[in-house]
Write a protein that binds this ligand. Sequence first.
Ligand SMILES: [Zn+2]
Length: 472
Amino acid sequence: MFQLPKAFPDEVLLSRLIRFVTISGVSSTTLLESSFSSKKTSIHPFLTSGLSRIAELCNEDVNVLLKEQTLAPLFCFYLPVHADYLQKMMLTNNGAKAFRASQLASFGSGQSLGLKSCPLCVQEDLSNYGVSYWHRSHQVPGVATCGYHGTVLSFLELTQRQRIIRQLLPQLETKIQYSPPVEYMVAAFSTQLLGLLTAENPVHKVTDAYRYYLNEKGYLTQSGRVRRQSLMHDFYKYISKHSSTNAALIPRKQDDFRYLSQLLDEDGSHHPYRHLLFGTWLFNSAKQVFAYLPKPILSNENTEPDNKYNQQAVEQECLALLKTGKSLAQIGRETGKSRCYLKRIALLNDISINLKPKLLTQKVINAICSLAYYGFHRREIAKRCGVGIGAVEQIISSRPGLVERRKQCRFESARRKNRVLLLRYLALHPESIRKDVKRDCNSAFFWLYLNDRAWLEEALPDKLHPSGRYSN
Ligand SMILES: [Zn+2]
């Protein structure tokens, strides 16, 4: 039985194994022979297999190893067809089959296998933990940027078959380079998504989420077909500053329609980076991948032809109606267009729209009053209840006693804060005299002097008696 060092946040399993052989004195040969009865077993940096055996030998939870210390969650999410087989091969000791199930070899991205690290993360880890380690989020294939810092990741190629090598941990580097913003966005999205996938299982296929949000943004026709010209135009514009060091992962040109049609194919197998790039552009945040999706509005009964002239005429009609200041609901009824579509074209054409205010039901009013009673800020109440700040103010002022109660809350909060400031200062400076307190805690001193004088007198050091000619 071996005791691996505890995992640091976002640490990949191979990193823990390397730290284990570095500090324990147990050799990698002994570790591999005990685990797999073969010293030749090669440990993959992010699709580590033989997890059941490692978990058994090191008294670990195999699900934690699989979900938190490998990239299995990301691959399973983007390759649903291969997900079960991939996990099975990773749990058993079938490294080569697990790698084949990941489809990485077939994507032809031409990347050699290695370990990536961020120089700023290394600095932080050394200062926080006294040791650097390999982060899981840095190992996502195709991602060459730190999702936390936006820095270019360093790459250490793994040339040997044996990867559990003593001291093989990221080194401190002084050269810091930053990636183009689009690559930083992809890395940040990837890091966030990985974290979410570790914590929960997605309820939808990624392709369902794509279709839903494409429809929301007006990239689907009423019959559910993709408006590939405008979609590709906008997507290509977004990634125009992306470096092309790995050309297989980004669209070749603006009319590379296959790139997108493949991603939207629910049984397709594509390099995870392609999905990450597209997802970064389409979703505002990785959380949207997990959001509850209402049934997409893809009515196949609607046989209206996808005619460009027709589309433009409808758009012009909607714009004219929007300019008259009619409500979205009314325009929707007249034109048959969704609120999302109308909001989008209004935004694109700089037309301000009057959204119907949320109805102030008794339930909403009670929630506002309750939050107000406990002293929440008006802005926070407005946000939580989904109403305007004006409505919150109106309700607070109309409820007897609530304004006074909130004033009292603010007073007590200020009193607590200032008392604590003063007491903390006195505890740190037991020798101080009144003049010091007044000088160093000026604002707290005067607040208490004006509002809480009796307490201040009690708390302050005793007054010094003037030492004059008559004193002893
Ligand atoms: Zn970093």
